[in-house]
Design a protein around this ligand. Sequence first.
Ligand SMILES: Cc1cc2nc3c(=O)[nH]c(=O)nc-3n(C[C@H](O)[C@H](O)[C@H](O)COP(=O)(O)O)c2cc1C
Length: 179
Amino acid sequence: MFIPVILGTAREGAQSAKVANYILKKAEEYGFETELVKAGDYIEAQTKRVGVEGNPKAESWKAIVERAEGMIIVVPEYNHSFPGELKLLLDSLYKEYYGKTVGLVGVSNGGLGGARVVENIKTLINNFGMIATQRSLLVSKVQDVFDETGNLKDESYNEKAIKLLDEVKWFAGRLKGGK
Ligand SMILES: Cc1cc2nc3c(=O)[nH]c(=O)nc-3n(C[C@H](O)[C@H](O)[C@H](O)COP(=O)(O)O)c2cc1C
């Protein structure tokens, strides 16, 4: 089962990169085929749809989405919403997302773990016919959860991550990525 992990920000020094790398490792250990997809590597500075001439980045993103049964999106909360980079990435495709499962991982440096962005982004995900798992993973006070090099300090996240992966597998196994 191919389940890429999407890093939903291109902010330099983003703490979410540590979370995405951690989830990637857990997904590999779990037995998913996976890879890290950094939103910033697949977008232009302005909204561009796939199929538009001269948009090879969106073509690469399309190939990943078409192959995927689902995806895990690591999304930091920026002003109670999602980063613009993630919106640019998602807006570059449309029908390709139908029937894909999405596991959401919210990230914040406060105590709410990105709960607001995780609820907020479900509207966008539903628009594409993607299905979010019931459970999400909320990473609160991310600066305390990992050390400077990105090693997990708070081991309670291991169990939470497995619960999310279990749900992604369950939903993706039934939806079969819309194929
Ligand atoms: C533009 C911007 C807006 C932010 N808005 C929020 C917010 O609404 N709620 C929140 O809990 N944290 C907010 N934060 C702080 C992030 O939670 C914090 O930077 C955390 O490390 C996750 O983002 P990162 O992956 O970019 O580091 C914001 C950060 C930025 C850069």
